[in-house]
Design a binder for this molecule. Structure first.
Ligand code: PMP
Length: 438
């Protein structure tokens, strides 16, 4: 009997025994093509460079508390991150994962406004159908109704405006540009409704991952969002926990939008699964307000700046940069999109194929013409997830119908090292899995 407490308490899960490039192998010897556990393994599972970096760091120093000492890998990683960071991001706060990164971002925004003498600013605006993590602050920002439901009485009050989700929500006759400006303007309306002097931050994923399935915003949306934030002195927090670190074909998804945030959250691909790590990057203005004010960010976890975790992430980032892997993610992403288009473009239950780089979404619908989602009771996404896993494919189907209009979708996020033959394997296995369900 296993004493591990699994998320699905009745599940009998295979045991992972080995990682081999894009594959995970269980103790029975079955191979699974890993095309997006949760968009973590951007370098695959057996990268010798990262493994060696982890081994060497454990031997040198496994742990030093950040309250007393910094470490060489933490410093080098921060330097490299900042050298490539968008806009005016200048400081890095290391944490252990995505929820910690978004949680720290919220508290950083709050403390910034206290330091600059605007204590009435405490309100966060985020978007519906979003996910920012599972700790209570991050869950409060997230707009996924199903995830929030049972914890609702404990959540912090935050506002949720519409996501930018063209496929499902653009009106007939509306242009993409017009749609983007209309939904971005919901931010301004909400700021005005709350009173601009009370609003501290707007938080969003540039490409929505888990809740919608690799949905980028339409052109111009984030530029308008940036303008609105600036107009009212509201901080822009971008959550690139899933879509950052090269996944969309740029090191950061916001690079594509031509804007930069005041606070940027990253995780997943940062450690690429070799170590649990996340980071919250902020501008000099935020950092200096705290440094020159109380001199102390009133937040922290034991493993902030963990030497082994930062050593792993440093090796990952060096590899991403030296081999220009974001560019490879873009090229292989285009190749994957073509294959998906050829295999499923005419499928009666495939409503939309979208995404950027190696971050791809397939929206499943009951009816292509009306875009009506499947009855949630059918559990289409869950069934495809299981069928794909049986076929030896790990992907990330999600039932969005739990959260209102949007239907089931499949999220694909393969390692950047994936080869063309493995893209074929991905599409074949997915096709067989889908054929068993719809
Ligand atoms: N933000 C986003 C956009 C995410 O996709 C996730 C994880 N799916 C998180 C935050 C939370 O990250 P973690 O699970 O590492 O806490």
């Amino acid at each position: 009997m296993s004493h591990v407490f699994p998320r699905h308490t009745k599940a009998q899960l295979p045991t992972a025994a080995k990682g081999d490039g894009c594959y995970l192998i269980d103790t029975q010897g079955k191979r699974y093509l890993d095309c997006g556990d949760a968009a973590v393994s951007c370098l695959g599972h057996s990268d010798p460079h990262v493994i060696r970096a982890v081994q060497e760091q454990v031997e040198k120093v496994a742990f030093a508390h950040s309250g007393f000492m910094t470490s060489e890998p933490a410093e080098a990683l921060a330097d490299l991150l900042i050298a490539q960071a968008p806009g005016e991001l200048e400081r890095v706060y290391f944490v252990s994962g995505g929820s910690e990164a978004t949680e720290a971002a919220i508290k950083l925004a709050r403390q910034y406004f206290l330091e600059v003498g605007q204590p009435e600013r405490s309100r966060v605006i985020a978007r519906r159908q979003s996910y920012h993590g599972n700790t209570l602050g991050a869950l409060s920002a997230g707009g996924n109704a199903w995830r929030r439901a049972q914890f609702a009485p404990m959540l912090i009050e935050m506002s949720h405006i519409a996501p930018c989700y063209e496929y499902a929500e653009k009106r007939d006759g509306e242009t993409s540009l017009g749609y983007g400006q209309r939904v971005a303007d919901e931010l301004e309306a909400e700021i005005l409704r709350l009173g601009p002097e009370t609003v501290m931050a707007f938080m969003a994923e540039p490409v929505v991952g888990a809740t919608l399935g690799a949905v980028p915003a339409v052109e111009g949306y984030f530029k308008r969002i940036r303008e609105i934030c600036d107009r009212y002195g509201v901080l822009l927090i971008l959550d690139e926990v899933m879509c950052g670190m090269g996944r969309t074909g740029h090191l950061y998804a916001c690079d594509h939008e031509g804007i930069a945030p005041d606070i940027l959250c990253i995780a997943k691909g940062l450690g690429a699964g070799y170590q649990p790590i996340g980071a919250t990057l902020c501008t000099a203005a935020i950092y200096e307000a705290i440094r020159d004010g109380s001199g102390f960010f009133q937040h922290g976890h034991t493993y902030v700046g963990h030497p082994v975790a930062t050593a792993a992430a440093l090796a990952v980032l060096q590899k991403l940069t030296d081999r220009n892997l974001p560019e490879r993610a873009r090229a292989m992403g285009d190749a994957l999109h073509e294959r998906l288009q050829a295999a499923f473009g005419q499928h009666p239950n495939v409503g939309d194929l979208r995404g950027r780089g190696l971050f791809r979404g397939i929206e499943l619908v009951a009816d292509r013409d009306t875009r009506a989602p499947f009855d949630p009771g059918l559990g289409v996404a869950a069934k495809i997830k299981k069928a794909a896993f049986d076929e030896g494919l790990i992907c990330y189907p999600m039932s969005g119908t739990r959260d209102g209009r949007n239907g089931d979708h499949i999220l694909l996020a393969p390692p950047f090292i994936i080869e063309h033959t493995q893209l074929d394997e991905l599409v074949e296995k997915l096709g067989r899995a889908m054929a068993r369900v719809i």
